[in-house]
Design a protein around this ligand. Sequence first.
Ligand code: BYC
Length: 327
Amino acid sequence: MATAAQAYDREDAVDQDAYERAFDAAVAADERIEPRDWMPDAYRATLVRQIAQHAHSEIIGMQPEANWITRAPSLRRKAILMAKVQDEAGHGLYLYSAAETLGTGRDELLDKLHTGRQKYSSIFNYPTLTWADVGAIGWLVDGAAITNQVPLCRCSYGPYARAMVRICKEESFHQRQGYELLLALSKGTPEQHAMAQDAVDRWWWPSLMMFGPPDDESAHSAQSMAWKIKRHSNDELRRRFVDICVPQAESLGLTLPDPDLKWNEELGRHEFGEIDWTEFKNVLKGNGPCNEQRITQRRQAHDEGAWVREAASAYAGKHTETGAARA
Ligand code: BYC
């Protein structure tokens, strides 16, 4: 039986209104929109914007942690960190592929990243100063990512939703490795404990900013939620994340750097202090501690990888010619 979104294929649904009605019905019925289904231009543009920003975050996110691969304190830690950084490249790949199903090529998206026309997550503009930062990124940054991304597994656009299933499974492993690393430091020497606490102090607030601006300043949330791209608002997910982190911080023996953090019995959740939105806006404008470094390094990696792309497309061309000759 045809899904509502495919109804436009039917003879009685040839006009624009019918396409739109079929799309709306599919979204309302929680059906998946697939690449060949009709979709409003603005839905397509929003998805490309969000998926591209997400993909860029994954590959830029490799940099702060890769910085510590050569200095990991043991072979075990090095192997784990290498696997994690490699996973992030894979996430970028799934997401660029999902964007391609919407008709936007990877070259175009990478060009927009390299020329500052598309964003990546604010979080990756902060430096990784000590080994404990690798733990704080895993626990807090990947933890925030999971909180934000698990609902994206139910996103209305099929290829994005399916990419998110695998990404979330890998993010769970990343989060646990960060937690385990911080636990080892926290229960270690007083110096190690202090290093873990310092990392949490520096990463806590930027992690809360990952969820985006407050709801009343979120330009895209209302429409994205109506289209079921986003399932929850920025503030809702941020609050959920705080509630998850508080007991975990206690188990770790670490303190979250917010004197206003307290349980509100009436609301059934934690209240927390004011986020520095001026800092967030500054980072988005390109003025964070590492914005310039991240983009310079990205452009350099892209340029240095030109020969790999050329070799891969020459190989693919040869393969196609051979196949054509055989046929
Ligand atoms: N950083 O209307 P809003 C990861 C922008 S990867 C930078 O609320 P929306 C990981 C926003 O794009 C983490 N920009 O937007 C990787 C918009 O600007 P434009 C990335 C931000 O889209 C490796 C404007 O502010 N995760 O976790 O409804 C290792 C207004 O915002 C940020 C994803 O991308 C930010 N933090 O909601 C470890 C998940 N926040 O586009 C971990 C998918 C907002 O109009 N994305 N902006 O110029 C989403 O869920 C949503 O896009 C957001 C923002 C919640 C991020």
